[in-house]
Design a protein around this ligand. Structure first.
Ligand code: BES
Ligand code: MN
Ligand code: MN
Length: 464
């Protein structure tokens, strides 16, 4: 790539300033109070793609938020890269834990990011990372080095399950036809330990409701004589793991693929310090399924976690009351071959079966998706690996992640293409948490690395 260093040097302040403008718009897809902001963000992404050199851009309407589509076709005989990302963000709460306002981005130095990091909701997940692709395109177009065709598909509902995108993809196979899908919406091990994500977990997300008496009751007059939905829910949830932290839902592990000892040994080679992991989280010890390491627990093993639980009186002071209802939101992270709809049904059946007399239980499925594993013996992976090697000076380590991007397996099914997950965030960047940030170094490194992927991929395809 000619002039990438010069180009970055000359334009990096503008790149950062543009990203900061994008981060100022609170595009929270989960909260309808922000719907105008989500729409404004779609417009902003559309015009950014236009300015970067896409010759056709449009907002594709859906039943929810629009999908921003852009393309630059340089030759029908050349390969086509489809870039996917999302312009929506997670809610910013709890607001009081932010050191600066989530939608007033600031750049501050941190221990991990001595060059500074941009603090804002969406800085890493995923506005900062999608913007690397927009700027990489700008560089390739302006310096006449775009070697192949490119299509962009940036959605606004990833954080709420991508339901409308699934419909859009199934209906627009021709328009979205591509040779490889490229996504930056994951992380890497460390700035001096580059890695490429080779797996994502699937997801089943459900909400449960336990109902006891038909109204809230005085906890003295009725306590002990009727089932307390909160006590019951707590007990039911506790029973979902056994003493070894295995999940107790019958059939839950039936389709789980066990890795061979060789694969596990390979995984264990990735640099990892349990001590710094614990220190970073202020915990004295880790916790999880017996027989597996921390890195296995959070990537190749399925899990079940309560994400929220509520009911009864939670205001100031005390109120003596037995609530009529108790609720919880539960997520199950799944591994390849586990079918999320099947797991949702197993959960639902089991959860109803373990309800004691005296309560009624409802299970409401929210959303979900399949896991994904990408092979590393493909041109796509090799091109990505070579791109990292060029810009980091080190071969990247393939690593399976614990997070989920459910749409990736659907891309494979509907579009018949593999996805390359070139993530430049770090686990410590606090995505979904207060004080989310993205390293300035990481942002620029992404912009530098992406054009090499295009170059090597196009070259390798031509030699195929
Ligand atoms: N970008 C994340 C997923 C991610 C982050 C994968 C880091 C690997 C490493 C994505 O935006 C996300 O948050 N996904 C959700 C699921 C979605 C259906 C709401 C998740 O993983 O909780
Ligand atoms: Mn994301
Ligand atoms: Mn996310």
């Amino acid at each position: 790539m000619q002039n990438i260093d010069d180009y970055l040097g000359q334009h990096k302040d503008r790149f950062l300033a543009e990203l900061i403008e994008l981060l100022k718009i609170p595009s929270i897809s989960a909260d309808s109070a922000f719907s105008q902001d989500v729409l404004d963000t779609a417009d902003a992404v559309k015009s950014a793609l236009q300015k970067a050199g896409c010759h056709h851009v449009e907002l594709c309407e859906t039943d929810g938020y629009p999908i921003v589509y852009g393309e630059k076709i340089v030759g029908p005989e050349l390969p086509t890269v489809l870039v996917y990302g999302h312009y929506d963000v997670q809610p910013a709460d709890p607001l009081d834990l932010w050191h600066s306002s989530p939608f007033e981005p600031v750049i501050k130095e941190t221990e991990t990011h001595p060059e500074g990091a941009i603090f804002a909701r969406g800085a890493c997940d995923d506005k900062g990372q999608l913007y690397m692709h927009v700027k990489a395109l700008e560089f390739m177009v302006k310096t006449d080095q775009l070697p192949c065709n490119v299509k962009f598909m940036i959605e606004g509902e990833e954080e709420v399950g991508s339901n409308n995108l699934s419909i859009f993809v199934a209906k627009n196979k021709e328009k979205l036809a591509n040779d490889i899908i490229l996504i930056s919406d994951t992380g890497m091990i460390a700035n001096d330990v580059p890695s490429i994500t080779t797996g994502l977990r699937g997801l089943s997300y459900v909400e449960v409701e336990v109902t006891g008496p038909n109204r809230d009751l005085h906890s003295g007059l009725y306590g002990g004589a009727v089932a307390n939905p909160i006590n019951v829910l707590a007990k039911m949830i506790a029973s979902l793991h056994d003493e070894n932290n295995h999940i107790t839902i019958p059939g839950f592990y039936d389709k789980v693929e066990e890795l061979s000892e060789r694969e596990r040994a390979e995984m264990a080679k990735a640099p990892f310090s349990l001590e710094s992991y614990q220190r970073a989280l202020d915990i004295e010890s880790v916790y999880g399924e017996k027989g597996y390491s921390t890195n296995e627990r959070n990537s190749i093993r399925p899990t079940l976690d309560v994400n929220g639980i509520w009911g009864g009186y939670i205001g100031e002071g005390a109120k003596t009351v037995i609530a009529s209802k108790a609720y919880a939101k539960i997520s199950m992270r799944l591994v390849p071959h586990q079918d999320w709809k099947e797991i949702t049904a197993l959960f639902s059946e089991h959860f109803k079966a373990i309800a004691p007399e005296g309560v009624r239980v409802k299970v409401k499925p929210h959303h979900g998706g399949q896991g994904y594993v990408t092979p590393i013996d493909t041109i796509g992976y090799r091109a990505a690996s070579k791109a990292y090697e060029t810009t980091f000076g080190k071969k990247p380590i393939p690593q399976r992640s614990g997070g989920s991007i459910p749409i990736v397996s659907l891309f494979e099914k509907e579009l018949n293409s593999k996805t390359i997950l070139m993530g430049f965030g770090l686990d410590s960047d606090a995505i979904h948490s207060p004080n989310e940030h993205f390293g300035v170094w990481n942002f620029l490194k992404g912009i530098e690395t992406i054009p090499y992927f295009y170059k090597y991929y196009t070259e390798m395809k031509a030699q195929q």
